[in-house]
Design a protein around this ligand. Sequence first.
Ligand SMILES: [Zn+2]
Length: 293
Amino acid sequence: MSRALRLLVVTLTALAAASPAAATPWTWPLGDHRIARPFDPPDSDYGAGHRGVDLPGRPGQTVRAVAAGRVTFAGRVAGVWTITITHGAERSTYQPVSPVVRVGDAVTAGQPIGRLLGRHPSCRRTCLNLGRLRGDAYLDPADLLGSTGSYRLIDPDGSPPDPPDLGGGDLPIAGPVTSAFGMRVHPVTGVRKLHDGVDIGAACGTAVPAVAAGEVTRAGTNGPYGLQVEVRHAGGTRTSYAHLASVSVRPGASVGRGTVVGRVGSTGSSTGCHLHFMRLLDGRPVDPLGSGG
Ligand SMILES: [Zn+2]
C-alpha cells in the first residue's frame, strides 16, 4: 500500500471512530412519555404498516430534538411538514412539525426544533409521528426512548398510516406518495426492476409546476414515460415529470420554480392518473425523497 493511501485509510478509520455512536439513548421530543401508536413495520418495503411511533400532543407544542445531530431536511414531504435530523449512522424524523431550524443547523438533545401542527393522517387527534431510520431501514424509536425511562402505551386506535416518509427534497405537487423509489414489481409489466422515481397520486388534469428554475430539455412522448417534461437545473441535476396528459412548455424554454410544465395524466405505461416524478444526478436516477438528493 502506498504511503498516501495508507494515510487516507488511517484518516478514514479515525473519522469513522469519531462519528457519534448510533445507539445513544433518545430524549423524548414532547413532554409526556406516552406512545399512542407503536411501531409496526410492514412486511414489504411498500406495504401498509406503521413506520415510527405516534406521540400524543397539543397543536403548537414545542418539539425537541431527540439527540444531538444535524438538520438534513426541513420542509414538506407529500404535503406534510417534516424535519429530519441525522445522528451519525441514524436519522430521526418528525411529522407534522413547523420547523424553527434550517438544513445544516447543528442541534443538541432537547433543543427546540419546531412546533407541532394540528393534523397527521395516522392519528385521530394531534400527535407527533417520530421515525427512526438507518439507511433505508425503519427501526423502532421506542428501543431508544424506552431506555430513558418507562413509557405508557395509550389508545392504539387510529386511521391507516401515511405512505413512507423517506425524508428529502421537495415534491412538485401535494398528494400521497403511492409508490416510492426503489426495486419493485412493475404493476403493468410484472417485471421486477428499479422504480426510478416516486408516484404521487393526483387527479387527472392537476397542474404540475417545476420544483426549481431551469431549462426544459425534453417535452414530448418518451416510451413508457408517456408525455414527459424534463428540466435541467443549475448544478447538473434534472427533474422529470411523466405520464402527463398535456405539456405546456417546449424544449429550450426557461422555467422558474412553480412554472406549470404540464397536467397530470396517465399516458405511457400507467394504470391511472398520477405523476411519476424523477430526480437525476449526472443522468442517474436518485430517490427524489432521499436526503441530499
Ligand atoms: Zn412511477
